[in-house]
Design a protein around this ligand. Structure first.
Ligand SMILES: C[S@@+](CC[C@H](N)C(=O)[O-])C[C@H]1O[C@@H](n2cnc3c(N)ncnc32)[C@H](O)[C@@H]1O
Length: 312
C-alpha cells in the first residue's frame, strides 16, 4: 500500500485524478481473458486498416485485455501498449502467467492454442508477446506524441467523477487517429462520450468513432441499448456489473437477488448472483443457485460456462 501511495504521489496528479486512481486502487480492478466476448468477435470486422495497427489499452489491469487483443489480432497489429497506474498489476502483466479463474471465458481449445501450462498456472505463449509492452502510467499522463488506431478504455472511467471522465474523454479524442476506434466496456456509456464520439455498432458490440455527424442523443442511446440486447433496464444491470468490477461482492449479491426476485426470467440477475457468490468463496451456495438456473435456462451457454468454471 505504501508503495502505491508513493507511486501516486510521484505522478503529480490533480486532486480529482488522484481521487479516481485511489478509488480504483481500493477496488479490485479485476479482469479476465476474452471479457465481453461480443467485442472480441466484432473487432476483426471493425478495425480500420487491418494492418500495422497501433493499439493502446488504458487501465489494462494484469494484461488480460492486451494479450486477448494479441490473440485476436495477431498479424494485424504493429504494437500494443498496455498502461495501468497500479505497478503490481503491470508486474503481473509483464509475467504473463495466470491462474484458471482468469481463463474462465475461454474454451479448452482456445486455452490450448494461446497458453502453455506450468504446474497449476497458464503462461501466454511467447509468439503472442511480440509487439507488446506494458507501462506503469496514469491515463491522465499519456504522452501525446503517438496516435492510435484502436484505444481500449474499458471499465477505467467507472472510478472517475464527471470531471475526470471529461478530461480522459478529451485526451482519448486527441490520442485517437481520425478513423480510429474507441472501445469501452460492454454497457458503458457517458454523456461526455456522446459529445465527442458516435456509436458504431458491429454485430452485438458497440464501438465508438470520432463524431462526424449530428444525430439526436436519444437515437444513439437506442442504438447502444438495442445492440447490447439486454432485456433488463440498462442502468440496474449496469450497476450490478459495476459493483462486481469494483470488488463490492456483497452489494452485487444483494442487488442481483433483488433483480432476480423482481423478475425470475432475468437470466443476467441469476448469473450475477452466481458470480457474486463465487467471488465471495461461497462455492456450495453458488452451485445451488447454478443448478436452479440450469433448470430455468437449459440452453444458456454462459450458465454452462459458469458451471465448468465452478467445477474446477
Ligand atoms: C476494472 S479494471 C478494468 C480492466 C480491463 N480494462 C477490463 O475491462 O477488464 C480497471 C483498471 O483501471 C486501472 N486504473 C484506474 N484508474 C486509472 C488511471 N487513472 N490510469 C490508469 N489506470 C487506471 C486500475 O488500476 C484497474 O487495473
Amino acid at each position: 500500500m505504501e508503495r502505491t501511495i508513493k507511486r501516486l504521489m510521484s505522478l503529480d496528479m490533480s486532486k480529482k485524478s488522484l481521487r479516481a486512481v485511489a478509488l480504483s486502487n481500493l477496488a479490485v480492478g479485476e479482469s479476465y481473458f476474452f471479457r465481453d466476448r461480443e467485442t472480441w468477435e466484432a473487432i476483426p470486422k471493425a478495425v480500420p486498416n487491418f494492418k500495422n495497427l497501433e493499439i493502446l489499452s488504458i487501465g489494462c489491469s494484469e494484461g488480460e485485455e492486451v494479450y486477448t487483443a494479441s490473440f485476436v489480432l495477431k498479424g494485424w497489429f504493429k504494437k500494443i501498449l498496455g498502461i495501468d497506474v497500479d505497478n503490481r498489476k503491470i508486474e503481473k502483466a509483464l509475467l504473463g502467467t495466470y491462474n484458471k479463474w482468469k481463463l474462465r471465458g475461454m474454451s479448452v481449445h482456445e486455452i490450448d492454442r494461446y497458453f502453455r501450462t506450468s504446474g497449476e498456472d497458464f503462461k501466454v505463449k511467447d509468439i503472442y508477446k511480440d509487439g507488446l509492452s506494458f507501462k506503469v502510467l496514469s491515463a491522465f499522463h499519456i504522452p501525446m506524441e503517438n496516435k492510435y488506431d484502436v484505444i481500449f478504455a474499458r471499465r477505467v472511467m467507472i472510478y472517475m467523477n464527471d470531471e475526470g471522465v471529461s478530461d480522459l474523454v478529451n485526451k482519448i479524442h486527441d490520442l485517437l487517429k481520425d478513423d480510429g476506434l474507441l472501445i469501452l466496456g460492454k454497457g458503458e456509456i457517458y454523456w461526455q462520450i456522446l459529445e465527442k464520439f458516435e456509436p458504431f455498432p458491429v454485430g452485438k458490440a458497440v464501438f465508438w468513432r470520432k463524431r462526424r455527424r449530428s444525430v439526436s442523443n436519444g437515437t444513439e442511446i437506442d442504438i447502444v441499448k438495442v445492440s447490447l440486447s439486454e432485456d433488463e433496464p440498462f442502468e440496474r444491470v449496469e450497476m450490478v456489473k459495476r459493483l462486481l468490477n469494483a470488488g463490492l461482492y456483497e452489494e452485487a449479491l444483494s442487488w442481483s437477488r433483488f433483480l432476480k426476485n423482481d423478475n425470475l426470467r432475468n437470466v443476467l440477475a441469476w448469473k450475477y448472483e452466481i458470480l457474486s457468490l463465487a467471488y465471495m468463496g461461497l462455492h456450495e451456495e453458488a452451485l445451488k443457485v447454478l443448478r436452479e438456473a440450469k433448470k430455468r435456462f437449459p440452453g444458456d451457454i454462459e450458465i454452462r460456462r459458469l458451471e465448468r468454471v465452478l467445477a474446477w
